[in-house]
Design a protein around this ligand. Structure first.
Ligand SMILES: C[S@@+](CC[C@H](N)C(=O)[O-])C[C@H]1O[C@@H](n2cnc3c(N)ncnc32)[C@H](O)[C@@H]1O
Length: 806
């Protein structure tokens, strides 16, 4: 299966050399779009706005614009948690890089593919082909197929290069509790989890965890799909407005919490605040944005971005770090937001200087001066904003911030000559001469990544560190304060929660009340959503009530009760699985050692615990958060949690098996080192045959001893590990790099329970490791074993991807 360099046929190479269409060329001026296309990829307002903002020097403008109009080269990351990360890196370095380079015109300076110099361990790669080129160019087919397959399997993730940067500045450690506030579709969540798992050994889990949140349920599903490609039990996916991310606070007797703090209040060591933005940094990837671009989009998002980031800072631990990022170049969504955060936090948050980190990443300092554009007018100070535009153009958009109230206190007339009631008065031209404002904050510590610096998209990143609790903010009614700004501060500050009524909670409770009205004729709706943890573990009513009720529940007691009963309609409940008999049978059947805790670490999404189909494994950190969430009345709306590890399975012929639950493919890497029964080591040739033929009779194995051992297993699920070199099914040690598959032991054969695509990938990977599968074991090896997939039936629905052969 010649996948290596030599695998390419001569004809194909010739084809390359002759057919210029197929030769990749770096973008040149003559390859720029024709004038018709150009019409689609320019926008006069864009030019005017960014020239005015001085985001690049006038000398650079043309090269900046030229690159913005050139399709974005594809980039991808090798997933460091993949079993095959080293093989893939070596394949890229030694096979694809030279192979693709040979197709490039002589004299071209750009590498066809190359590792991104600033990304650790050569795990991120830049290709000089756009996604379109990869899809359309026949010569790139092999590389494109490779990217597609590895992406699907989860060995790589296709991701824009600049989008990989924010998690690298977050300084995540394996024990950190991390919040990804606007997480979908999840590329950065994936990175965060990889970093978290970086130094954990096979079979163990890091102490930390990630909560990945997104407002959009469908996008949450994309994220879940992404993350399923990795083996992690340290993730909770939630579905909230990030600016109203719930308070999970359990007031305890010793409220100044010591070591128990983590289980009493959900605060984060790290927060990634990758907010919704106008996205003009992705123009190269999404050229349709050219037509839609206008200054109103950024202006319209500014306040939401502040609210989300303020909420992030308020639930960040003191000493913790938050990265604020956007894929926009607009200072209103970037520096203006960061400046406003610093202003509101009054010294309790520092903008961190990270200029010495990732030195090979080319970045530019944040701006200290910028202008606000409204209705085509360029404004340098909030004093210039006409009253009628004040609900749209906020003081926080300007470098010095300010307040409309202060302006009004100094005279009733705004600079455009509008009187208090909005009637136009005579203009005073002198009043127009406002000096350009310069921010007092060290915004040069922010980072701007621009397309023409390293042939990428654009991104903005700021690293913030919380130095002390945020200042207490006196609650004011809406009418008393300057438009929306103070409202979002009130929403945001966890540190002063006792002072305030959180408007988001009230809104939500109103929704719940509505839900509960809708449900009143449905028996047991509320009960079915009650956590069995509360049912089973808390016999006193007090234990069911969140104890931090002084701030919210006292204000709206009836609504609080509704929240505790039937929350999150439409979302499956999270239920701790406590069926001791089943847990015992699983432990005994697979001989799972005691180092692998099951009690309290298994959850289901089915409140009918007698009919559970799937069991999800959760880390200790996730367990703590779930327990806290139950204690505080299920504030978190959880769409996904844990790692699917066991799935109910029965024999097709109705034969009884001792353990009703099989191990899933995705859960196998975690549990593998802890299994002592139902596990065998196969010789490379038998392992290969299993992947090839999916079902092999015991008598047909090349290694007869292995066949015998397989026949002696208990009927049901089992695990087959690839044995080393010439060693066969004798004693073996599972380690970090063990390759194993889930199988089913039937009456006369073993059946593989792995998807076809995973079988294909495994086979190809093994063939690339020649020692593993080429030794001659016996003359039987070339015979095709009889294929008779018997005796296994997938009982569960929907998620049946594990069973291919059945
Ligand atoms: C820039 S994207 C995030 C990209 C993501 N961090 C990644 O790396 O894959 C912004 C996300 O914010 C979500 N979003 C928009 N408004 C939100 C809000 N108020 N709260 C939470 N998420 C929101 C959108 O659904 C979108 O998925």
């Amino acid at each position: 299966m010649g996948r290596g360099r030599g695998g390419k046929s001569r004809t194909q190479r010739k084809h390359f050399q002759q057919n210029r269409e197929n030769v990749w060329k770096p973008p040149r001026p003559e390859s720029l779009p024709s004038p018709t296309n150009l019409f689609d990829i320019q926008n006069a307002d864009f030019d005017h706005y960014y020239k005015d903002q001085n985001i690049v020097s006038p000398e650079e403008w043309d090269s900046f614009m030229q690159l913005l109009r050139t399709p974005l080269p594809a980039a991808f990351r090798i997933n460091s948690s993949s079993l095959f990360h080293a093989d893939i890196r070596s394949q890229l370095e030694n096979d694809f890089a030279p192979d693709l380079q040979s197709m490039v015109d002589e004299g071209d300076e750009e590498d066809a593919i190359k590792p991104l110099p600033w990304y650790p361990d050569n795990f991120a790669w830049h290709s000089n082909f756009s996604r379109m080129q990869l899809r359309k160019n026949q010569a790139l087919k092999r590389f494109h197929e490779f990217l597609k397959l590895e992406n699907e399997i989860g060995n790589i993730t296709r991701q824009e290069a600049v989008s990989m940067v924010p998690p690298l500045f977050l300084d995540v450690q394996s024990n950190h509790i991390v919040l990804d506030m606007c997480a979908a579709p999840g590329s950065k969540t994936f990175q965060l989890l990889e970093i978290l798992h970086r130094s954990t050994k096979a079979g163990s889990l890091p102490g930390g965890m990630v909560i990945a949140n997104d407002l959009d349920v469908q996008r949450c599903n994309l994220l879940i799909h992404q993350i399923k490609r990795m083996c992690t039990a340290n993730l909770i996916v939630t579905n909230h407005e990030a600016q109203h991310f719930p308070t999970c606070y359990l007031k305890t007797d010793c409220d100044i919490m010591g070591p128990d703090q983590r289980t009493s209040q959900l605060l984060f060591d790290r927060v990634l605040c990758d907010v919704p933005c106008s996205g003009d940094g992705t123009l190269r990837k999404a050229p349709d944005l050219w037509r839609r671009w206008n200054t109103g989009t950024g202006n319209g998002l500014h306040n939401l971005q502040i609210s989300v980031a303020m909420r992030g800072l308020s639930i960040l631990k003191v000493g913790g770090k938050m990265v604020y990022s956007t894929c926009s170049m607009n200072p209103i969504e970037n520096e203006a937001v960061v400046a406003e955060l610093l202003r509101r936090c009054e010294g309790s948050v520092e903008l961190v200087d990270v200029s010495s980190e990732l030195p090979q990443l080319i970045r530019r300092p944040g701006l200290k001066r910028w202008k606000v554009c409204d209705k085509g007018e360029s404004l340098v100070s909030c004093k210039e904003v006409p009253k009628v535009r004040r609900s749209v153009v906020l003081p926080s958009m300007f470098p010095n911030g300010g307040s409309y109230r202060d302006i009004d206190c100094n005279g009733n007339c705004d600079v455009n000559g509008h009187s208090e009631d909005g009637v136009e008065t005579v203009e005073n031209p002198v009043m127009h001469e406002f000096a350009e404002e310069v921010s007092e904050f060290p915004l040069e510590r922010c980072m701007r990544l621009l397309p023409h610096d390293q042939n990428s998209g654009a991104f903005f990143i700021a690293v913030l560190q919380k130095q002390s609790p945020l200042p207490a903010i006196v609650v004011k009614t809406r009418k008393e304060v300057d438009n929306q700004q103070v409202e979002s501060v009130n929403r945001g500050n966890e540190d002063v929660q006792a002072l305030q009524i959180n408007p988001s909670e009230i809104t939500h409770e109103e929704v719940c009340e509505q839900d509960s009205e809708d449900n009143k004729n449905e028996p047991n709706t509320a009960d079915s959503k009650l956590s069995p943890v509360i049912d089973e573990e808390s016999d006193s009513k007090e234990a069911q009530e969140p104890r931090n009720v002084d701030n919210i529940a006292n204000v709206t007691p009836s609504k609080r009760k509704l929240q505790i009963q039937g929350k999150w309609r439409g979302v499956d409940p999270v239920v701790f699985f406590k069926d001791e008999a089943i847990i015992k049978s699983i432990r005994a059947f697979y001989g799972i050692d005691e180092q692998f805790p099951l009690d309290g670490h298994l959850v289901t999404r089915n409140s009918d615990t007698s009919n559970v189909k799937r069991l999800y494994y959760i880390s200790k950190s996730v367990k703590n958060v779930l327990e806290l969430n139950f204690s505080v009345g299920q504030q978190l709306k959880i769409t996904c949690v844990g790692l699917k590890i066991f799935e109910r399975q029965k024999s097709r012929e109705g034969r009884s098996v001792e353990c009703a639950f099989r191990i899933t493919s995705e859960g196998l890497p975690l549990i593998l080192p802890h299994i002592t029964k139902q596990i065998l080591s196969a010789s490379p040739i038998d392992f290969k045959h299993l992947l090839q033929y999916k079902n092999i009779k015991f008598a047909d194995f090349v290694d007869a001893k292995f066949g015998e051992k397989a026949a002696n297993l208990m009927p049901g699920c089992c695990v087959v590990v690839l044995g080393e070199g010439n060693k066969t099914a004798e004693a073996f040690q599972v380690n970090e790099s063990s390759i194993a598959i889930v199988c089913w032991k039937g009456g006369a054969s073993l059946t593989v329970m792995v998807t076809s695509i995973e079988c294909q990938e495994l086979l190809e990977r093994l063939l690339m490791r020649p020692n593993k599968v080429t030794e001659k074991g016996s003359s039987k090896q070339e015979e095709e074993p009889s294929n008779n997939a018997e005796d296994v039936e997938q009982e569960s629905n929907g998620n049946s991807q594990d069973v291919e052969a059945a």
